[in-house]
Write a new protein. Sequence first.
Length: 549
Amino acid sequence: MGEDEEPRFTTLAERIAALNQQKNFQAPPPGAGKRPPPPPPPARSLTEDVAKTTPGVASAEKSPAMPPRPVRAATEKLPPPLPRRTTGQDDEAHATHRRSTQALPTPSAPVETRPLARTCPALPRGRLAGPTSPAPPPPPSSFRTKSALECGFNSGTRKPSPPPAPPPIPLSSRPTIAQIDAAATRISSAPPAPTQSQSCLTCRDFSGPDTLAAQHPTSSVPRGADPIAHLAHVLCSPFPSPTDKARAIFTWCHHNIIYDVHGFFNNCIPRGLTPAETVLSGKAVCEGYARVYEAIAVRAGLACVVVTGHGKGYGFSPLKAGQRPPPPDPTGHAWNAVRIDGGAWKLIDACWGAGALCNGQYSQRFAEECFTMSNERFGTRHFPADDRHWYRRDGRAPSWEEYVVGPVADEPAEWMGDATREGLDESNFAPMQRRLRVHAGGAVRFQFAKVCEHWTPERNGKGKQMLFGLKIGGLDGRKEDIIPLDTDGFWYYVDVDSRDLGAPGQKVLLVAFETIDGQSARGLTKEEWLRKKGRCGYSYAFLVRWELV
């Protein structure tokens, strides 16, 4: 049976009118002529590999479960947990990927509402990189998120209009050749930005200022010249850094001014000398050092003041446990505060940095820690008469009782200068008290920190690292021994049973090996010492001393 010819319509309105006139017209039943939807995907665990469950791929095989996290000790530091995405975030990521891989419909093609088949493996879910699991593998090369341009957006031929041309620069504002040259000179002569080692005074390389200071003794000052003006020029003008200028003056005082021991002990210190007269005399006490330092620094353009107060120097006796501090008396000593790089006020003691007075004798030695130590540590040995001269980072002014008692609240262990010169921190070691109880029971931890994490003996000290050892008396003081310390690069430590330290009345010493069989012991390791122990001659230097009770 032949088919009737379909009537032709010239307009859409005629087509609509004809459809309305059909009495048997009714909408097709739902789903007629459409493909049934695919079955829902099987349920998968969070650790199942989604790519293996995709049709056309080999049998779905579950990946191994993540291993349990190891049980950690309560004192062990745990790394911070990684941020975890929620299920909603994962679903959103899948939906975004599916939308980017679907083809956009065109106006001429009918739009169907059936779900689109997934064309590439989905992202693995529930796998996060962590300390106990490997990082997820990278996606396959066929998996690539399409950009908006590839999906059809902005596919027209319209091009963005170019930005408008900038207006011409007025000739009157253009710099001249002379101005350009002057600017280039200022940039080239500007001091470089401080590095990590420059910002840390303990590790900073002061070889330039120290070498220059040694080349200009007082005898080099021209006759008839102003000594202060001459020294300010030759010591400070070569350096753009205020820190280097301040260091050069500090080192110069060590080389050219000695402590007036005779005047100090005989109470005949010359009074009223000008800084220039003190320079030419070559000797002074603490106030003379401070006045000379201030005069040279101010003439060189540095901000500098003299600070007076109390110092735990010659004649000071630490308080014993339970002993009451004396009445406040912030007198008897003088030092300086000077502005260095960054405008910070730095406390320095040129007198103590030049030498030390011990048993009535003056030893001229260079103590650079009196320039490099922090203001907080400086304040454990200096108490200013004016609370404004603490210059602590926290802005606090410690009390007289806190200063006199000290951080130990007892007599501290005897600290030698060699310990500081070998890079150990006097404010960070244990045990800090002088007296140790033999029968206290248990192990005693002896530990020492480097003065700075950047400090190395090759760059900042006298050569290779020295081996540190603890000299003990043995059980009941009958067997002396030297136990080498362990180190992790910053801490040096050893644990000793209190009964093995020795007998009451004996001493425990931290030593540093100087020679082995007549050769330098620098660079000696713990293993080498244990192999040579008992079969070699050696010498050592005392660093710290304790008393056994």
